[in-house]
Design a protein around this ligand. Structure first.
Ligand SMILES: [Zn+2]
Length: 373
């Protein structure tokens, strides 16, 4: 099953060797960018430790124990993640019971989402955190012996969201975890953890998934064309979950917007462009704008590849537009790196407090300078 996790060969290799040699550590920290498989790897490690299959086949994914892990319902799996706080109530009892009905509903929805569509983001209704009540529950449960499995597996997802009190309490747990317990922390922000927590864990780094692997994975879905897979692999920037998310949600729509933009440039259609730019007057459509800019970056590299490296082109089905743009400025190969830097700068700028409409106008002017001289 570990083979299903793409682009993390080094981390997986270390874990598989530890499993075969019986040298799995008591506590791990999986850190690295979002959407690259940290939680899945943690779950598979827990499954492997309790799997009924022969050692080389663990985790098998089909034995009763593995199945319970895959549905997050194994009694020896203690899964902790940030969730909202109910005012005036303790979040979760020592036995793991959530008293507020609304929080319980969201808590269950979150886990269901992880089971069915793990690439989708789940948004809680309020700010979330890992608070001391969750750590107390964890402490209590790891003192009991395993129910069915050989090992109790504690996964703390987004461990950097522990409050200070929770982190301090957790540090004590980490000092002397019971022998039959494996604790796995995941985070994309290792700096948000106490250094004393980090130093007590075996650290495994996860990396962005290579574009080619994302592309390959996406092409497993029959509904996808090659150019779409290429495009999503580029936009998602090494984040497999994001690629899958975009695949589900109107990938073509984003490309159409970029195409529209390019047509305004080619046809010198300033009036229409201004109308279009009104879409971005507020930050309501900020995500769309960011995706459109990422798209335009791909178009720029396509134009630059157009003459000499056609195999690198993403928008293979739209060569006539590439040709038009190329003919407008055959020196584009020389401009492309600088222009791409500029676009990336614009993306950065959108993370701050800027007016998105001004950003899109600035981009438009720059494109006109280059393609409509
Ligand atoms: Zn199994």
């Amino acid at each position: 099953m570990f083979k299903k996790i793409k682009g993390q060969d080094k981390a997986i290799d270390i874990l598989q060797r530890a499993l075969v040699q019986g040298k799995v550590a008591n506590s791990y920290l999986f850190y690295g960018p979002e959407g690259v498989g940290k939680l899945t790897t943690a779950l598979y490690l827990g499954m492997a430790m309790n799997c009924h299959s022969t050692i080389n086949k663990r985790p098998c994914g089909i034995c009763p124990s593995c199945k319970k892990f895959l549905s997050f319902s194994h009694p020896d799996l203690i899964y902790i993640f940030p969730f909202p706080k109910e005012t005036g109530k303790s979040d979760i009892t020592i036995d793991g019971e959530i008293r507020s009905e609304k929080t319980l509903q969201e808590y269950e929805d979150y886990i269901n989402n992880k089971i069915k569509t793990p690439w989708k983001e789940y948004f809680f209704s309020k700010n979330t955190g890992i608070r001391i009540a969750s750590i107390r529950m964890l402490e209590h449960r790891i003192q009991l012996s395993p129910n069915e499995g050989n090992y109790k597996i504690c996964i703390i997802e987004n461990a950097g969201k522990m409050t200070i009190q929770a982190a301090n309490a957790f540090l004590k747990t980490l000092e002397e975890p019971p022998e039959d317990t494996i604790i796995i922390l995941t985070t994309s922000k290792p700096n948000s953890l106490l250094p004393t927590i980090i130093s007590r864990c075996q650290q495994l780094q996860f990396h962005s998934v290579p574009k080619s692997m994302i592309e390959e994975k996406l092409l497993d879905y029959e509904t996808l064309e090659i150019f779409e897979a290429k495009m999503l692999a580029r936009i998602s920037n090494g984040n497999m979950e994001k690629a899958l998310r975009l695949m589900e949600s109107g990938k073509i729509e984003i490309r159409d917007q970029a195409l529209q933009f390019l047509n305004f440039v080619i046809n010198n259609n300033d009036l229409k462009f201004i109308e279009f730019s009104n879409l971005f007057r507020t930050s309501k459509n900020l995500t769309k704008l960011q995706e459109m800019i990422s798209q335009l970056i791909i178009w720029l590299s396509d134009i630059a590849y157009y003459k000499h490296q056609q195999t690198e082109i993403t928008n293979l089905d739209k060569t006539e537009i590439l040709e038009t743009l190329y003919e407008k400025n055959p020196n584009i190969e020389d401009y492309a790196p600088e222009l791409i830097n500029f676009m990336e700068e614009m993306l950065q700028r959108l993370n701050g407090h800027v007016n998105p409409q001004l950003v899109v106008i600035e981009i438009y002017n720059r494109f006109k300078d280059i393609f409509c001289k």
